[in-house]
Design a protein around this ligand. Structure first.
Ligand SMILES: Cc1cc2nc3c(=O)[nH]c(=O)nc-3n(C[C@H](O)[C@H](O)[C@H](O)COP(=O)(O)OP(=O)(O)OC[C@H]3O[C@@H](n4cnc5c(N)ncnc54)[C@H](O)[C@@H]3O)c2cc1C
Ligand code: SF4
Length: 337
């Protein structure tokens, strides 16, 4: 780890003033915010992130950690801990996909420490990104190439990828957020703005080193998940190499509103599969007006994986995702509400 200046911001105004040079997720951004620190410190120790200054924004936890379930939906302060949201009764009962995505992530210790804002901004676990002895990594060093294309790539993405980068978005909570149509609110010195969570992460394009659409210095302050008829019949199904303390190889967040045996509304997010949190709108539309059966769920899941691009070791992923999504859809159908 390199020497750096450590500052603590006592309130939002001083945080924004100190954080002007945070950039948009670039490796060489001179300033990084620290919330729970569970991923930032790792990446600094690995020399992947090399800030000259770290601004500790964890004092904001005291005032920006609200968890409110009401007519306006579910409002989550970005500084709430993963653990607090996962065990909140109102979230568990009304937004099970959100609670389950957080409960199945990381470990109990990490969930206590980590914040929601830090969670959605975590970096890929691509081993060639995290180990600087690998020379070629466009996300770490723009223009250097992509080692993963021709190396072991079992855990890499198959949707939304390009030859510039095939890394996988590793988070679980973001998959539930995209499925449930969440908004994110961010604050900068210019004020507050709210936009769809689906627009937070940038597509790969030719610039994998630019990860988000946040403005330099902007701080995520809130997530809002709309109140809707389908949030109660929702679930997060995660498949991983071991049953805890492990990232997803495949996951599905689904929410369904039924009209008798037929689907009135359906929302699907896929994890462990794509470059960004991924919503499968074609599969959602296919199911609307149809009975939810193993046959229709399977047809929808095949649509969701259309266009998947594999690179050898990850050839198994589209089939695993298909099975995971079918399981999730049949699981929410069977919920006794
Ligand atoms: C061993 C291990 C296993 C894990 N397993 C999983 C898993 O299975 N599923 C999963 O989803 N995650 C997993 N994680 C990731 C973990 O959930 C994240 O490390 C954690 O959520 C990050 O939150 P934090 O508050 O600690 O972020 P920090 O480390 O403090 O910050 C992360 C990044 O976000 C920026 N940032 C933080 N908060 C804000 C904000 N409000 N506004 C703007 N920028 C901000 C920081 O500058 C930094 O760049 C795992 C992590 C580890 C170490
Ligand atoms: S997949 Fe992306 S993060 Fe991994 S080596 Fe290639 S460019 Fe880097």
């Amino acid at each position: 780890m390199r020497p750096f200046i450590f500052d603590r911001a006592g309130d939002m105004a001083s945080a924004l003033q100190m954080g002007r040079a945070t950039g948009r997720g670039e490796r060489d951004a001179p300033v990084q915010y620290l919330a729970g620190g569970t991923t930032l410190i790792d990446l600094m120790k690995l020399d992947v992130l090399t800030p000259q200054r770290v601004v500790d924004i964890s004092p904001l936890r005291a005032t920006r950690d609200e968890i409110t379930v009401g007519p306006q939906g579910l409002v989550l302060g970005a500084f709430a801990s993963m653990a607090a949201v996962a065990r909140h009764v109102g979230v568990v009962e009304n937004y099970p996909a959100i609670a389950e995505s957080l409960e199945q992530a990381a470990s109990a210790q990490l969930r206590n420490m980590a914040t929601l804002g830090g969670n959605v901004l975590q970096r890929t676990r691509c081993e060639y990104f995290r180990d600087t002895s690998w020379g070629a990594c466009n996300k770490r060093d723009p223009g250097s190439g992509c080692t993963a294309l021709k190396a072991v790539n079992r855990n890499h993405a198959v949707l939304g990828v390009s030859d510039a980068c095939i890394s996988q978005y590793p988070g679980d909570f973001g998959i539930a957020l995209i499925a449930l149509g969440a908004d994110v609110t961010a604050t900068s010195e210019k004020g507050e703005r709210t936009f769809p969570f689906a627009k937070l992460h940038k597509a790969v394009d030719n610039t994998p080193h630019l990860e988000t659409t946040l403005l330099p210095g902007e701080i995520i302050t809130r997530f809002t998940i709309p109140a809707a008829a389908w949030t109660k019949r929702s679930a997060y199904v995660k498949v991983r190499d071991r049953a805890s303390y492990e990232f997803a190889i495949a996951s599905a967040a689904v929410a369904v509103e039924l009209d008798g045996p037929n689907v009135r509304t359906c929302r699907i997010g896929l994890g462990g599969m794509a470059y960004t949190p991924w919503r499968a709108e074609n599969a959602e539309q296919f199911l609307v007006g149809k009975p939810l059966t193993e046959t229709t769920a399977d047809a929808a899941a095949k649509l969701a994986l259309q266009g998947a691009i594999t690179h050898g070791d990850n050839d198994f992923k589209p089939e695993l995702a298909r099975r995971t999504l079918v399981r999730a859809l049949l699981q929410v159908k069977a919920m006794d509400l």
